[in-house]
Design a protein around this ligand. Sequence first.
Ligand code: GRF
Length: 209
Amino acid sequence: MTLKAKQTFRIVVLVSGRGSNLQAIIDAINAGKLKSQIVGVISNVPKVFALERAEKHKIPTLTLSSKGLANKVYFEELAAAVQMWQPNLIVLAGFMKIVNSDFISLFKNRIINIHPSLLPSFPGLHAQKQALDYGAKITGCTVHFVDEGCDTGPIILQRALDVLPDDDEESLSQRLLQVEHLTLTDAISLLENNKVILQGRKTLLRESL
Ligand code: GRF
């Protein structure tokens, strides 16, 4: 009797810039925390550092700029590129475009995003600055499924972080990044182990990590 080979959990990561969250996933895979494989990285911005990080680890990359393309056409092209890699999961890791509804329906409940605030507080851009300007004493990060709204999808994991009295946007963002990296890789671990059950807009975690 032959044993069935266990299928790898395939991840495509979408990026637009620095790629520290992408690096955290790569490091977690290399450290054995994750069993997933990153099968491709796509950037909508040419020559960003995230692409260098992927190339260094021999991960296939693609740059797909949206310049001059209608949003619908761009997301059709992006979907075709993503489908080529047949992912189980698409991770938006600092991908600075709001994905359209056709793309979301095509990959239903298979797209997650990392956001640098405790949603539903401070969605959208500059979440750390929003928290500081508001005078929040605690902020954090959220990993959530992506739906049609802006940072509104069902929450998978959140982690909190104290805002320090002398924090500015830079210092808070830097500290928060460490928390993001841990939370994103924890969420991927839950997903690759099939421990996230989606019930309406809530998620149930089969067991804690
Ligand atoms: C992170 O703060 C993430 O939460 C937000 O964009 C930033 C991306 O950083 N969505 P990096 O490119 O992963 O370093």
